[in-house]
Design a protein around this ligand. Structure first.
Ligand SMILES: Nc1ncnc2c1ncn2[C@@H]1O[C@H](COP(=O)(O)OP(=O)(O)OP(=O)(O)O)[C@@H](O)[C@H]1O
Ligand SMILES: [Mg+2]
Length: 262
């Protein structure tokens, strides 16, 4: 099992931000994670990465039970792309160094790298179409360029788990489709990592994401096959607003039917 979360809650300032979460992710599954702003998605991912610890309950990631192992070692097996990671990176660092730092799951490059590492970093940057950015510093790159570099960084250590927290934020429509194609290509590879994809936009859920977790007010609303979750009825219940889901070319499109002001 890749992730096993049992009855997990997380409190902050007497407020329960995650409540009694149960979620199991098996090897070979790719999950989409949907929920409104503030529902607890990033908090849950921070917990999977070991940045915060459950107040209650137990969890194991990649077979390691929390409290019994070195988190820095675990993080090397988890590729992570998120806007909160973007904020932590150093603006003066070059793209190639950022990609190389993925091997050690560190912010900044402190460890020694060899020619093999360099070859892998270059190959990943090529695959993600960002070879031209190699010597560019992070602060000079556009949002779409940064996302590509961050995905290359996340893949550097050949992770078993790849977490993409709203990777298409700030991308134009073509950059978004390109990035989604890259995600599909990563998922199709032999020994592909398990991917968790967080988004607000159902049209970003590629067919490869056959499982979906809906999270609402810090609780699991549904955790099931995507085809059973992404129905007009269930999503209308979830949002408490009538919505219509249309499926086209293996992707889903949502339109709001209700009046949001009443
Ligand atoms: N360290 C913290 N201290 C206090 N409150 C927190 C902390 N971290 C998160 N929260 C609160 O927990 C709730 C869930 O936040 P989280 O970032 O997980 O939401 P999210 O689902 O990722 O939302 P978004 O879609 O906007 O990214 C929010 O109300 C947030 O303000
Ligand atoms: Mg978030």
């Amino acid at each position: 099992m890749i992730i096993d979360i049992q009855n997990v809650s997380w409190d902050r300032n007497q407020i329960q931000i995650l409540q009694n979460i149960n979620w199991q992710v098996n090897e070979g599954e790719h999950w989409c994670l949907l929920g409104l702003n503030g529902s607890g998605k990033t908090t849950l991912l921070n917990m999977i990465n070991g940045y915060i610890w459950p107040t209650e309950g137990s969890m194991a990631v990649l077979g390691k039970t929390f409290g019994e192992f070195d988190l820095r070692e675990l993080r090397k097996n988890i590729g992570w792309v998120s806007t909160s990671l973007q904020q932590k990176l150093y603006g003066s660092e070059t793209a190639i160094k950022i990609v190389l730092s993925g091997k050690f799951a560190t912010i900044g490059l402190y460890d020694q790298t060899d020619t093999e590492d360099m070859k892998r970093a270059e190959a990943l940057m090529k695959a993600l179409g960002c070879t031209a950015l190699m010597e560019r510093t992070y602060d000079t790159m556009s949002q779409g360029e940064r996302q590509r570099v961050l995905i290359a960084r996340a893949l550097m250590a050949s992770p078993k788990l790849l977490i993409l927290d709203e990777p298409c934020t700030g991308l134009d429509v073509f950059a978004r489709e390109q990035l989604l194609q890259m995600v599909a290509a990563v998922a199709a590879e032999k020994n592909a990592p398990t991917i968790i994809y967080v988004t607000h936009h159902v049209e970003e859920i590629l067919p490869v994401f056959t499982k979906t977790l809906l999270i609402k007010d810090g609780q699991v609303f549904a955790a099931d096959e995507t085809k059973d979750v992404l129905t007009s009825t269930l999503m209308s219940d979830f949002f408490e607003v009538p919505v219509d889901i249309q499926s086209r070319d293996g992707r889903n499109w949502l339109s709001v039917k209700g009046d949001l002001w009443n």
